[in-house]
Write a protein that binds this ligand. Sequence first.
Ligand code: FAD
Ligand code: NAP
Length: 338
Amino acid sequence: MQLLSNQSLRAFNTFGIDCVARHFAEFNTEEDLTSLLDTPEVKKNKRLILGGGSNLLFTQPFDGVVLKNNLQGIELIEEDNDHYYVRAQAGENWHSFVMHCIDRNYAGVENLSLIPGCVGASPMQNIGAYGVEIKDVFHRLEAIHIEDKHKHTFELAECSFGYRESIFKNKEKNNWVITNVTFKLDKRARLKTGYGAIEEELDKMHLDQITIKDVSKAVIQIRSSKLPDPKILGNAGSFFKNPVVPIDVYQSIQKEWPTAPAYPISEHEVKVPAGWLIEQAGWKGKKRITHGVHDKQALVLVNFGDARGQEILQLSTDIIADIQSKFNITLEREVNIY
Ligand code: FAD
Ligand code: NAP
């Protein structure tokens, strides 16, 4: 554990933005973390707890301390008739954790295969894909308070999970370092294959019986064909959340686009795919020299190599304004802006 000054963050964010942190340290143990929290640099400055850097955009030098979480370890801590309780340390790579579960037949996270980032960030925005969210498999998490260093166990009900939301993104923003998460996984799989193209992909495999491994393979196949690999093309996944709008707003869109997709949320509201709105507005594949909108998925903004965070932020602002004027819908950014 060493506090460095003026550290480049380029290798620590999947957008590949070249930006400098005034102070930077990595921690491998909770003891390292609590020692760091006692240093004047951490006490006096703003802090950023960093996982895989796959859900953030740096738009200026980070004038504070970046603390990179490297806590490692996965253990089965308990089981009952129906469930395995598996605790993963926050610095574990999310996809490796999913593979660990699939190898041991712990069911429930297979739809969340190939999501970049670390376990510790997974509750932050209640990560979700193909009809499964962290809240569906979450048991509890442990976190250390950044100011007074006390440890607290957050049970499911305390986390206020919502669509790409949790208490850690709202009321408790910047207050906690999540150190580990315990997941409640099924002994008997309850496969969720009715979402997106999963069924179609499974059909291609001609299987007699479908396992969690097959669902994971299908998800990996679909994701690899649509989403840019951050190692090759900088991005942070979906830049915007899917808006939830009143039905009358959707009905007015339908007048011009009768086949506009929407998914019911309640009696009065529907979710409209933001990617569809952005594509209809003509942004899919748009390039602005250093950055642009991905040509296979309009929800993803990409860095072609040397983009500045401010440029990508400006692109997102332009898209938000255009969607507002064309559809009367306000898009919200999903990516954390720093
Ligand atoms: P970071 O980007 O490092 O951090 C994100 C936020 O969490 C920051 O505010 C950070 O301070 C905070 N944070 C991180 N770790 C901790 C901790 N231990 N304690 C306290 N705060 C912490 N997301 C989805 O939900 N579903 C998807 O299907 C999906 N697909 C993606 C595909 C691609 C190609 C990419 C690039 C991203 C995708 N994402 C998706 C977004 C992203 O992968 C997730 O949000 C992921 O959980 C972020 O993890 P991270 O470790 O990279 O977090
Ligand atoms: P898709 O299958 O093309 O579907 C487009 C959108 O429609 C998705 O965003 C999804 O909403 C919604 N949708 C599709 N089928 C649905 C159903 N049966 N019920 C309710 N909503 C439905 O999406 P995609 O872009 O290829 O992504 C596939 C999955 O991976 C999605 O769940 C998506 O959220 C997730 N993903 C997330 C990120 C990220 O960074 N957050 C990046 C890539 C992919 P939801 O998004 O609400 O599921």
